[in-house]
Ligand binder design. Structure first.
Ligand code: F0G
Length: 457
């Protein structure tokens, strides 16, 4: 190709209007939502970067596949298509559909964890951590030290600290039923894990006789980073790289709302017959029969087609570049972000941007709220509110205070992203005026979804 511009590898067939609001309307809406953007009506948001989960645009092939859905309760044709696609991608023997990623997590952990167990990961995402802690087990984060420093540039900041993992397996091995690795590492900034690191984790798992499970939500984005950053990988197709990633593991949990390019769905997949049987029994209790697992036949079709599209090179090239494009614009104005940018989102370092707001006054929430009030852009705090409250009721600062601007797949155009960049720069210019908040009410776990806040004066 002679041309440098990377274009969206699709054209738009159907459009959905978005609503403009005034600053005054947004101030009112946010106050009504207890100053928590999770509690806003989505209609009052102009550009919604709350999450890349379930918010993507399906392709015409996926919409077409919906009509092929077989809604049989048991043995649906759509299940077998879904199973075959997942198996050819992952190589896992058992494929268990679930209504989304956290259902796969709950079923896996409830079937195999007992009190006092420990589950290491590079970084557990919030639902993964909560589903481990609810079983009385401990969720441990073992990302490499570089992965904890937002400004530090490293090609694979999602890598697992192999020395720490080896020590943990040596010291507490009998309490570790499995090792997990999240690709890409969402809580750490959407950062990739290298094949070399995955091979290292595999070797340790073999040495200590432990199964390895991937939290595979963004496996395709991880494959693209391996292709573009890991020595010797550039000639390989993303699908082939993904296949190798999965081949290093014994199973995975997956949210098809991310790299399944679907609006709902997920799965649990594994090789172990006994674990799979336990998981299927629990699935029947809460999700549904093992050939639909809480999904409609048409959902299974949409996911099967999505999993085929997501590893296409043109798609991944555009996807990763569009995130990088936003990051470059924001960085050029010296707004601190996690570097290099991750696959699905740009993470602003709110703690660094707002040093006058201490972590326990939630700089991430202050920034999220300002972005909404000033520009109608909704991001999400990944910081002290999300991770600072512990099962024993104590509160400490989260490892970082980040604001994630997650980019839905195939939804926004370049001018939307230009607008977002302009909004971030505008709000960064107001930083001295931003104030922290205090929590007025919150539940004991996963408090970020429903907590209500009051601004401090
Ligand atoms: N694991 C990771 C790494 C995730 O990012 C998520 C969801 C899940 C598991 C759970 O999947 O939502 O289908 O139940 N992350 C979303 C986000 C919600 O906004 O990052 P789910």
């Amino acid at each position: 190709m002679h041309f440098k511009t990377i274009i969206e590898p699709f054209r738009i067939k159907s459009v959905e209007p978005i609503k403009t609001t005034t600053r005054e309307q947004r101030v009112k809406a946010l106050a009504g939502a207890g100053n928590n953007v999770f509690l806003l009506h989505a209609e009052d948001v102009l550009i919604d970067l709350l999450t890349d989960s379930g918010t993507g645009a399906m392709s015409s092939a996926q919409w077409g596949a919906l009509m092929q859905g077989d809604e049989s309760y048991a043995g649906s044709r759509s299940f077998y298509r879904f199973r075959d696609v997942v198996q050819s991608l992952t190589g896992f023997k058992h494929v268990i559909p679930t209504h989304q990623g956290r259902a796969a997590e709950r079923i896996l952990f409830h079937s195999i964890l007992k009190e006092g167990d420990v589950v290491p990961n590079n970084n557990h995402f919030d639902t993964t951590r909560a589903n481990i802690e609810v079983e009385g087990a401990e969720a441990l984060d073992l990302v490499i030290p570089e992965g904890r420093v937002p400004s530090l540039v490293h090609p694979f900041k999602g890598n697992v600290d192999l020395v720490a993992l080896e020590r943990l397996l040596g010291e507490r091995g009998e309490h570790i039923p499995l090792v997990m690795v999240t690709v890409t590492n969402n809580s750490g900034g959407g950062q990739p894990v290298s094949l070399e690191n995955l091979r290292g984790v595999r070797a340790l798992c073999d040495q200590f006789g432990k199964p390895l499970f991937l939290d595979a939500c963004r496996f395709a984005e991880n494959s693209w980073f391996i292709k573009s950053r890991e020595p010797g990988q550039s000639h390989r197709a993303p699908r082939e790289i993904a296949r190798e990633m999965f081949s290093l593991a014994d199973g995975c949990t997956m949210s098809a709302k991310k790299d399944g390019l679907a609006n709902i769905g997920g799965f649990l997949a594994m090789n172990d017959d006994a674990w799979a049987e336990k998981a299927r029994n629990l699935l029947i209790l809460t999700e549904g029969f093992p050939t639909y697992g809480g999904l409609a036949g048409y959902d299974l079709e949409a996911i099967a087609t999505g999993l085929e599209e997501v590893v296409e090179e043109a798609y991944l090239h555009y996807r990763i570049r569009s995130t990088e494009y936003l990051a470059e614009k924001v960085l050029a104005a010296d707004v601190p972000i996690i570097r290099p940018p991750g696959g699905h989102a740009v993470y602003i370092d709110a703690r660094a941007l707002l040093p006058h707001i201490p972590p326990l006054e939630y700089p991430g929430i202050a920034l999220v709220n300002a972005l909404y009030v000033e520009a109608g852009v909704r991001g999400v705090e990944i910081g002290t509110v999300m991770f600072g409250l512990h099962p024993d009721g104590t509160e400490t600062p989260g490892a970082m205070d980040l604001v994630r601007l997650a980019i839905p797949r195939r939804v926004y155009t370049q001018s939307h992203i230009d607008y977002v960049a302009e909004a971030v720069l505008y709000v960064a210019g107001l930083k001295k005026e931003l104030r922290g908040l205090r929590i007025v009410s919150a539940p004991k776990a996963l408090r970020h979804f429903t907590a209500r806040f009051e601004p401090l004066l």
